[in-house]
Ligand binder design. Structure first.
Ligand code: GLU
Length: 680
């Protein structure tokens, strides 16, 4: 089943995305994926295989966010920014061509997926300094091909050990959110360098010094500024101006960096050299750490600063005490596939998993044989325990309206439960396993009516005592979370896979650069609730000493019969969860090739009164159809920025990234080989 190549762009951008029903008409998940592969391969043929071009230091970053995918090419001096690549030897997908190239370089030199993931992340610290770097934290998910096992590292930032639940209160009242963002108070003990160290130590084959080399070179030589970087700088210019170290680095000559100019970061190059020489002890026990502490405790503001910048209480003792957590992944199943992701302190794994379980619940079938458009509208899923994936064509079909309705409602309900139950498990009694039980999802799916939208906030259920349509406690809204971060996905020739999401929280983090060190500090502690979300209701996400704020990061690896078939993740604060969920559904349920599943217009519902819609859905007739069910919508120009890899049945790797969002991503493979599979 080959979809005409010409349809790709319209599929990506068309309002009311309508995936090819024929793809879903017969066979299960395996068959649908073959159809998806065939379509993707056709796309690859048209674009041409993209040479990795991994060894260049200062490649161009494509500035034109609207450039069509077919414009992908290899410009002189660097790798192309291309949303899809297929071939052998391993794959890297990230938001940035320099970073993907760094990962490919390490794979070419014999490194494995873990080595390449750290190299890619370090390069993102150079080219995406507002989203990632050693001043932040993240979550690392690893599939070990030899052991056929998934492991994770929780490298989340922690509150200082002196922090209490009143961390963000003054005179008993929460301080303004924006003041907390740009402060020392919001800075958590960074976890990123410790995560790299732990991952390399446990699973890598190269030294930290070896994998930092491409990023160090990139920081020294500089990268070409593109429109996305300039816009992100503009969004932060006012606060950067208040911190001389940030202004010097990101506002050269007091101005926004020009598109096309080269931005070098010699301080960061030096920081990477120090890490290469002394290991991450330079941060956790050494001179870089002392500088971090000094900066947090007495933020170095300009004499004419426009704001009061609150200090934080981070100490060298906090840095010494920091340990990334090795922990079991969250595990859920969907259509016979096994999904591994981050367990708490991230809410990613439990919330995506619960929503998928809700969508699989038998209770969604009651009495609905056709929708108002006369299409067959039963379950699109196969259910648990081997029934999955081989349902008849009729059951595989849902109208777009019904698909989106159920997706939105499942997200809404899962977010209600996330808010009540998920926090740092070292401090809270988090019922991780129970949240992922099908019995609980069935009890929650009972709330969903195919003909009427729920009203938010929906009250949480009790996963410890699931009761159909039951609730446990008051309905509370979902608090605000930043919208930045970055995700990378890597696979190697041995079949190992990494999905890694890292962040400094808000775009530009705290806005505070550590003087002389070339990186921004995070504002991750603003992910805590400043006060209980609803008075009298337990909030698992209040600050505490050494506690991790709840995250939404959802780096996910999907296995079928114990082998990875897809891995993916996204930035976007709490919209990460819906982005990962929707992309998985687009690919596995709607039969879209991974790159199309990523590009498709998104909706995000997080137990809020209104669901956010990207323009592709906002401008679609399906919006009115959903409004007729009682849905309310707001427009969001851009939700998430996913990257992923896929193992093709013939053994090749496919890397996929955004076509347009954030200026488009960079998907590369070591040895491009773009022949079209024959389909199923
Ligand atoms: N702080 C967010 C989280 O951990 C990530 C930041 C973002 O994506 O904007 O979920």
């Amino acid at each position: 089943m080959l979809r005409p190549v010409a349809s790709l762009r319209s599929t990506v951008t068309a309002p009311g995305l309508s995936p090819p029903l024929a793809v879903r008409a017969r066979g299960g998940v395996r068959a649908r994926r073959w159809a998806a592969l065939a379509a993707t391969a056709a796309l690859v043929t048209t674009l041409g295989s993209v040479p990795a071009g991994a060894d260049q230091a200062s490649p161009e970053r494509t500035a034109d966010a609207a450039a069509p995918a077919s414009a992908a090419h290899t410009p002189p001096g660097g790798p192309a920014k291309t949303p899809v690549a297929v071939g052998h030897g391993g794959a890297v997908s990230s938001v940035d061509p320099n970073a993907s190239a760094a990962g490919i370089e390490v794979l070419r030199r014999g490194g494995n997926a873990v080595d390449a993931a750290v190299a890619t992340a370090a390069a993102l610290g150079v080219t995406e300094p507002y989203s990632a770097g050693v001043g932040g934290g993240g979550y690392f998910v690893y599939y070990d091909a030899k052991r056929q096992r998934v492991s994770t590292i929780d490298g989340r930032e922690t509150a200082p050990r002196s922090a209490g639940s009143d961390l963000f209160l003054e005179n008993g009242k929460p301080i303004p959110f924006k003041d907390a963002v740009t402060s020392g108070l919001g800075v958590g003990t960074p976890g990123t360098a410790a995560t790299w160290d732990s991952a390399l130590d446990r699973w890598g084959t190269k030294s930290l010094a070896q994998v930092l080399r491409p990023a160090e070179r990139l920081a020294r030589n500089g990268f070409t500024v593109d429109q996305t970087f300039r816009s992100q700088t503009a969004d932060n210019a006012e606060r950067f101006a208040d911190f001389p170290a940030s202004a010097e680095l990101f506002l050269p000559g007091g101005k926004l960096p020009e598109v096309g100019s080269t931005l070098a970061n010699p301080d960061l190059a030096r920081t990477y050299r120090l890490l290469a020489k002394h290991g991450v002890a330079a941060i956790y026990r050494g001179e870089i750490g002392r500088d971090i502490v000094r900066t947090v405790r007495k933020p170095p503001v300009a004499a004419n600063a426009q704001r009061t910048v609150r200090p934080g209480d981070l100490t060298t003792g906090d840095l010494r005490a920091y340990t990334p957590r090795s922990q079991a992944p969250s595990r859920s199943s969907y259509q016979g596939l096994d999904l591994y992701s981050m367990a708490p302190s991230s809410s990613g794994g439990t919330t995506v998993g619960e929503a998928l379980n809700i969508l699989e619940s038998a209770s969604l079938d009651r009495g609905h044989q056709s929708d108002s458009h006369g299409r067959t509208a039963a379950s699109h899923r196969g259910g648990k325990g081997g029934k999955g994936g081989e349902q008849s064509g009729a059951q595989a079909r849902l109208s777009e309206r019904q698909f989106l309705h159920r997706y939105i409602e499942a997200s809404r309900v899962a977010f209600a439960d996330r808010g009540r139950w998920v926090g740092d498990p070292a401090f809270e009694d988090v019922p991780t396993r129970q949240l992922l039980r099908q019995e609980f999802a069935d009890a929650r799916a009972c709330l969903i009516d195919d003909d009427k939208a729920l009203t938010s906030p929906v009250a949480p259920g009790d996963p410890r005592h699931p009761a159909p349509c039951g609730s446990s406690g008051a309905a509370t809204p979902t608090p605000y979370e930043g919208r930045d971060t970055t995700h990378l996905t890597v696979a190697d020739k041995w079949g190992n896979v990494v999905a890694y999401t890292l962040t400094i929280e808000q775009t530009g983090g705290s806005g505070i650069t550590v003087p002389g060190r070339g990186f921004l500090l995070n504002n991750e502690l603003t992910d805590f609730s400043f006060a209980p979300i609803a008075p009298g209701v337990h909030d698992p996400n209040l600050p505490g000493p050494g506690k991790r704020p709840r995250s939404s990061m959802s780096p996910t690896i999907v296995l079928e019969d114990g082998r990875p078939v897809v891995a993916l993740g996204s930035p976007g604060g709490a919209t990460i969860i819906t982005t990962v969920l929707q992309t998985l559904l687009n690919h596995f349920d709607r039969g879209l090739p991974l790159v199309d599943a990523i590009a498709a217009p998104r909706a995000s519902q997080r137990n809020a009164a209104a669901t956010e819609l990207e323009p592709g859905l906002w401008n679609s007739p399906v919006r009115a159809e959903l409004e007729a069910l009682g849905h309310r919508f707001t427009k969001n120009p851009e939700i998430g920025a996913a990257t992923g890899v896929q193992r093709l049945p013939d053994g090749r790797w496919l890397a996929a990234a955004e076509t347009v969002r954030r200026g488009g991503g960079s998907a590369l493979v070591v040895h491009p080989h773009g022949e079209v599979p024959n389909g199923r």
